[in-house]
Design a protein around this ligand. Structure first.
Ligand code: F6P
Length: 548
């Protein structure tokens, strides 16, 4: 397969990037009063403004030409129709089928995926209603009040991010907790205040082999059975979500308590499946469906809009532009809505586990820089922590600012202050302030020339730092579904442009394998000297064999 670098559109972008590096967005805004109108899009439940990127019409045309040369549209068709685009695992990629609210039939290996999804949703509804209405009871006949989701990565981040974001929509009839870390501190802290008679555990693991999850699930089972003195309690207190039914059953979970997953759903794209069970238990099944409907609205947008009006395509191209062509190495996700406090952590897995790779689909080395590292924090907290770096460091960090027009929890005066900061930050990052202006301001405030000479260079903000702004109408199950699906498709398009297989994650395997072997050595108390001297020295110190 030819490298992307040999495409005409790619070559043109390389030389165009050199020209654009000397431009400032201030000039682009000054030259075109219609810039916001041209470079913003109204989407279901939100507005995307990408005008504060270092792009012109020429840039966008060239990026669209790249998307066409990379066949983005036909890849999109392949994904939605169930072709095995996850090549290294030989799997289809059909998380979109989980939220296909049009319920159009989709055949995969002779099976109608839509029917599987509908029957899984019916089981989720039945179960979540029964628990929420108090018909499902614990071993001693008490109502379930607490749900503990045990899972990690995609089996944790999605449901936790969503239930945190939608707290205001919960009737609080069920408290949902999450255990992902194998550090016993987390499960101990979660279980300490809980009454085993009233707790339901969900063991969420697509593979049902993940060591951390299995260890936590075993601890939870021991905690329950030592309180109930009865192994039969497990049937009332343990359910599983997995694509590996056999493992879940041999772990001790009843067949009827197992919710299906499929190999055509990647872990980090799985919150739309029964992995989202904590969402349905916390908020009610109807809210879970609203979440799916939001995602479906963006799926429809992604499938139907021309590339020039297609938000995931535009966001992916801008990321490639900023990172591969202009050289940015990281990207910040900065929510200005407390509800979205886990969004950056979620996006880290979504983008970095998908596209943090360095070979093409065919296994050839990639000779261009691929995706940035993703990081972020609630915007206001970030302003008082790391925004200094965003404004003045030599490294440019493109950032996505995400806020809401309306607060779900209005407290007088707060939202205006929050949003004033939201708008101010992207304006400051874009326009900056030059030395002349800094000097004029200092003079106007009565400072002497010696002081001005000393301080002025420190107060200069070069600006020209790219941001996207996503302004949601309001956080709701529907709009959150839209937001997550928007990023999912952005990541998919990014992968296509960069020739990356976005749906495998081989890079997590090496560490897992080594940890398994090392654990055996730690249990035996002896270090296999075939490790490098650093690793064996550290292990010996840990075991108390080596004293420094
Ligand atoms: O180790 C990475 C990973 O495989 C993720 O891709 C996945 O979301 C997570 O572990 C959990 O996997 P599982 O659901 O199989 O326990």
């Amino acid at each position: 397969m030819t490298s992307r670098t040999s495409l005409n559109s790619w070559k043109k972008l390389v030389s165009h990037a050199e020209d654009m590096k000397s431009q400032h967005m201030n000039e682009l805004f000054a030259q075109d009063s219609e810039r916001f109108n041209k470079y913003s899009l109204q989407l279901p439940s939100m507005l995307l403004d990408y005008s504060k990127n270092l792009v012109t019409k020429d840039t966008m045309d060239k990026l669209m030409a790249l998307a066409r040369e990379c066949d983005v549209e036909s890849w999109r068709e392949k994904m939605f129709s169930g072709e095995r685009i996850n090549r290294t695992e030989e799997r289809a990629v059909l998380h979109t089928a989980l939220r296909n609210r049009a319920k159009t039939p989709l055949l995969l290996d002779g099976e109608n995926v839509t029917e599987c999804v509908e029957s899984a949703l019916a089981k989720m509804k039945q179960f979540s209603d029964t628990v929420r209405q108090g018909h499902w009871r614990g071993y001693s006949g008490k109502r379930i009040t607490d749900v503990v989701n045990i899972g990690v990565g995609g089996s944790n981040l999605g449901p936790q991010m969503v239930t945190e974001a939608l707290k205001q929509y919960s009737d609080d009839s069920i408290n949902v907790h999450y255990v992902s870390n194998v550090d016993g501190t987390q499960i101990a802290n979660v279980l300490r205040p809980l009454n085993p008679e009233k707790v339901l555990f969900i063991v969420s693991s697509k593979t049902f082999t993940t060591t951390e999850t299995m260890t936590n699930a075993r601890t939870a089972m021991k905690w329950l059975t030592s309180a109930s003195f009865d192994d039969k309690a497990i049937a009332k207190h343990f359910v599983a979500v997995t694509a590996n039914k056999a493992n879940a059953m041999s772990f001790g979970i009843r067949e009827e308590n197992i919710f299906d997953m499929w190999d055509w759903v990647g872990g980090r794209f799985s919150l739309w499946s029964a992995i989202g069970l904590p969402i349905a238990l916390d908020l009610g099944f109807d809210k879970f469906i609203e979440l799916l409907e939001g995602a479906h609205a963006i799926d429809t947008h992604f499938c139907q809009q021309p590339l020039e009006q297609n938000a995931p395509v535009i966001m992916a191209l801008l990321s490639v532009w900023n990172c591969t062509f202009l050289g940015a190495q990281s990207q910040a996700i900065l929510p200005y809505d407390q509800s979205l406090h886990m969004l950056s952590a979620y996006m880290q897995q979504a983008e970095m586990e998908s596209n943090g790779k360095s070979v093409t689909w065919d296994g050839d080395s990639i000779d261009y820089s691929t995706v940035p590292s993703i990081w972020g924090e609630l915007g206001i907290n970030g302003q008082h922590a790391f925004y200094q770096y965003l404004h003045q460091s030599n490294n440019i960090v493109p950032a996505d600012f995400i806020g809401s027009v309306e607060s779900v929890t209005p407290v007088q005066g707060h939202h205006e202050t929050l949003m004033a900061n939201f708008f101010a930050q992207t304006e400051a990052l874009m326009s900056g302030v030059n030395e002349q202006q800094v000097r004029a301001d200092l003079r106007a405030s009565g400072r002497n020339e010696a002081y001005i000479d000393k301080v002025a260079p420190h107060k200069v903000h070069k600006g020209n730092r790219p941001t996207n702004t996503i302004l949601m109408e309001r956080i709701s199950p529907y709009s959150l579904g839209c937001l997550i699906a928007l990023y999912e498709h952005k990541i998919f398009v990014q992968g296509i442009i960069l020739q990356i297989c976005s749906f495998d994650q081989w890079g997590v395997e090496l560490g897992k394998g080594l940890a398994n072997n090392i654990q055996k050595e730690l249990e035996q108390g002896s270090v296999n000297m075939q490790h490098d001297s650093s690793t064996s020295g550290l292990m010996q110190f840990y075991l108390g064999v080596l004293k420094k």
